[in-house]
Ligand binder design. Structure first.
Ligand SMILES: Cc1ncc(COP(=O)(O)O)c(C=O)c1O
Length: 355
């Protein structure tokens, strides 16, 4: 606390990111990173960019990257906005498209950055309870709103929402922007991108942090009608003209273009997820159906916090959320390599045996 803080700083409740431990020897399954490195073509492209040209500012519009993303998704470049991680893209969306006199709607159990952005930008919001299966029920969103946002698959529950339901939501809310945060979509969830040319109120965000193994590069993007994109460009150019640096642009282009590597990585993660789910269910865990690179699971004999602490004693970090209370029993586990998954299953067996 300081006399120099503005009122807004006093009031902020910032987001708490998952731990990035300084110790190397841990099995790190807490922040939904990809266990495999990025494509070798990404590393080569970044290395090639490490030249004297770094003295120059990057392209403020990231045109080459936008063209590459547009080509990949079958859209035009004016339907693409890029930013420093999808968190930054989301921040601009909240400020530029979701602040209205009616409240923004999002699930009660969801990405915990959403209420933080609302606090930062003074956006009124209402949370809508997930149903008893932890699923989004679109009928519950049938109320006056100034926008709707949810991740698909949802986080931290990992459960996907079918495309027909998203389309029904878009039809019912023609006068608000519906944002589908597809941070984890490539791990077995159907994308809403193909609805973009039909619904001018749809905005989809994606990231290179998860399926393309580039959490450290900080590149995310939004796809939607050019008028929605224009709002984001106006915010960006009033905030930071160069969110994508030269190395990030080179690496991101190479990542989007290396489709084979991306598909191979996603396949491996999905296969490991399936074997982890089987292993945990065999031990009595309830695992919610996952379309993501993480699972959300609970065991009747343990509180989630206790389980996370016991795993930590065995050098394995997973994520536990104390709130809301409904999910306190659960742990969120990022899908690691086959070998990390084996270590996790052995550690869980030991914990259950000693109970
Ligand atoms: C649902 C969701 N959306 C967006 C993000 C932000 O991703 P990034 O800023 O790395 O693109 C995350 C990060 O974990 C997430 O879980």
């Amino acid at each position: 606390m300081s006399q120099f803080w503005s009122d807004i700083v006093h009031e902020l409740i910032p987001y708490t990111p998952g731990e990035q431990p300084k110790v190397q020897a841990l099995v790190k399954l807490n922040t939904n990173e990809n266990p495999y490195g990025p494509s070798p073509k990404v590393v080569a492209a970044i290395n090639a960019e490490v030249t004297d040209s770094l003295r120059l500012y990057p392209d403020p519009n990231s045109d080459q990257l936008k063209d590459t993303i547009a080509d990949y998704h079958g859209l035009s470049s004016d339907q693409v906005f890029v930013g420093n991680g999808s968190d930054e893209v989301l921040a601009h969306i909240f400020q530029g498209l979701l602040k209205h006199s009616r409240p923004l709607l999002f699930p009660d159990v969801t990405y915990s950055f959403y209420p933080v952005y609302c606090g930062l930008y003074g956006i009124e919001y209402e949370t809508i309870s997930l149903d008893q299966h932890f699923e989004i029920n679109i009928h519950d969103y049938d109320r006056p709103n100034g926008g709707i946002i949810f991740p698909n698959p949802n986080a931290p529950t990992s459960i996907p929402l079918e495309l027909e339901k998203i389309e029904a939501l878009l039809q019912k809310n023609r006068y608000s922007v519906v944002v589908v945060d597809e941070a984890y979509v490539d791990f077995g969830t159907e994308s809403a991108v193909r609805l973009i040319n039909t619904y001018s109120n749809l905005l989809v965000t994606q990231t290179l942090s998860k399926a393309r193994s580039l959490a450290g590069l900080r590149v995310g993007y939004a796809l939607g009608h050019s008028e929605l994109i224009e709002a984001l460009i106006r915010i960006k150019d009033s905030f930071n003209s160069y969110p994508i640096d030269r190395l990030a642009e080179a690496g991101a282009i190479a990542a989007i273009q290396d489709v084979d590597y991306f598909e191979e990585t996603c396949k491996k993660v999905i296969a490991t997820r399936e074997s982890l789910v089987k292993g945990m269910e065999a031990m009595g865990f309830v695992v919610l159906p996952s379309g993501a690179n993480f699972i959300f699971a609970k065991h009747s004999s343990f509180d989630g916090a206790v389980l996370a602490a016991k795993l930590r004693e065995q050098n394995i970090i997973v994520r536990h959320f104390k709130k809301p209370e409904r999910i306190a029993q659960f742990i969120r586990v990022t899908i690691g390599t086959e070998s990390q998954t084996g270590q996790l299953l052995s550690a869980l067996r030991l914990i259950l045996k000693n109970d």
